[in-house]
Design a protein. Structure first.
Length: 363
């Protein structure tokens, strides 16, 4: 009997010790797991240029705790920043050069971060032309901008970003705003209402620029950023009410040195030149390409996957086709290079990393 009791006693002690070890291990694992989750950077930091400050936005991954990401922001009273994110050891530093050599333009990422997370970072800051999402949700912005380089950003709103108010939480700006970056000025306007372009927003966007002409007067370069294209070889074509107002604005205010307008929406690349100004419809930076080869929209048709030179005007929304330079059905980014006495716009194919075409603009 003694041997039996001893065996039972040892078995119970072993079981208690084993259970205790499991419990301690579980507690330690939970603490370590929670700590690592809290400290895990999901995306960012994204550095938004704001007037004379920088707004840092980032997300931490807390799915096992709260079921969603947590979003954070801090404001730094300088466009040069050197900071640590709360809870992280990595130091982030960026100094905006006194002389800007290059900025890039991309658009229509639509949750697909493949190109922005793999592209080279040989630029000073980035300008994005809208449609980072499909439904304007912060979770979609997080997915689409995952892996975005930690270079400063300027962002326009796209029609898909207008399905909720969460884009303002991300960008921290109103629909229409102005930003000076060294000797360049950017007017961002929004002329749509979720999907259609609407006259009231066209009017408010144009009026915003008109009311704030003084902000850009005296700057060496002015750029206008708007999601809907001024001229278009895409599915929807140009909207004459908007296009003519833009033409009149530029013609009536020569004191603004407007170099180019950047837009998106069409999911294909197109370049137009009216007078000295360029109008770029940037190719998609992640969303699908609109395949329009042999596809007819009324009397409008693409005979091939690329178009060059002036095009025939066969429909109302072909307005401005005499200004057409080139169009491609490609994923692209536009690289704006400031060189001695000129601006060089390189259009880069994001799949091949080759330059499709370059445009030189004397300044």
């Amino acid at each position: 009997m003694d041997k039996v009791h001893k065996s039972i006693k040892y078995s119970m002690i072993t079981l208690i010790l084993f259970s205790t070890a499991i419990l301690i291990g579980t507690i330690v694992y939970t603490i370590l797991t929670m700590s690592s989750i809290v400290d895990k950077l999901y995306y960012g930091p994204l550095a938004f240029i704001h007037e004379d400050s920088t707004r840092i936005h980032w997300a931490t991954f807390q799915e096992n705790i709260s079921g969603k990401n947590a979003y954070h922001e801090e404001i730094y009273d300088s466009t040069d920043f050197d900071y640590k994110l709360k809870g992280f050891t990595q130091q982030y530093f960026y100094k905006l050069p006194e002389t800007i050599n290059r900025f890039i333009v991309m658009t229509d990422i639509h949750l697909n971060n493949h190109y922005i997370s793999t592209m080279s970072t040989d630029y000073d800051y980035a300008v994005l032309c809208g449609d980072y999402s499909y439904h304007g949700l912060m979770s979609e912005f997080a997915e689409g901008l995952l892996g975005m380089p930690t270079k400063p950003l300027l962002m326009a709103k796209g029609n898909h970003d207008d399905y909720s108010d969460e884009f303002i939480q991300l960008n921290g700006r109103q629909n229409n705003y102005f930003q000076k970056v060294r000797n360049s000025g950017f007017f961002f306007i929004y002329v749509q209402d979720k999907d259609p372009i609407v006259d009231e927003r066209v009017d408010s966007g144009i009026q915003f620029i008109t009311d704030n002409i003084y902000l850009g007067t005296g700057l060496e370069h002015i750029f206008i950023v708007v999601h809907y294209p001024v001229y278009s070889t895409g599915e929807f074509g140009s909207y004459q009410y908007f296009t003519k107002k833009m033409e009149n604005l530029i013609q009536n205010h020569p004191e603004l040195k407007v170099r180019a307008t950047f837009s998106g929406h069409d999911h294909l690349f197109a370049a137009f030149k009216n007078g000295a100004q360029y109008f770029f419809v940037n190719g998609a930076g992640g969303g699908s390409i609109d395949q329009m080869t042999d596809a007819s929209y009324g009397d409008r048709k693409w005979p091939a996957e690329e178009l060059h030179g002036a095009l025939p005007i066969v429909a109302e929304n072909d307005y401005g086709y005499e200004h057409h330079q080139d169009s491609w059905m490609k994923f692209t980014r536009t690289e704006v290079n400031f060189e001695q006495g000129k601006i060089v716009y390189n259009i880069r194919d994001l799949d091949t990393n080759q330059i499709l075409v370059s445009y030189q603009q004397p300044v």
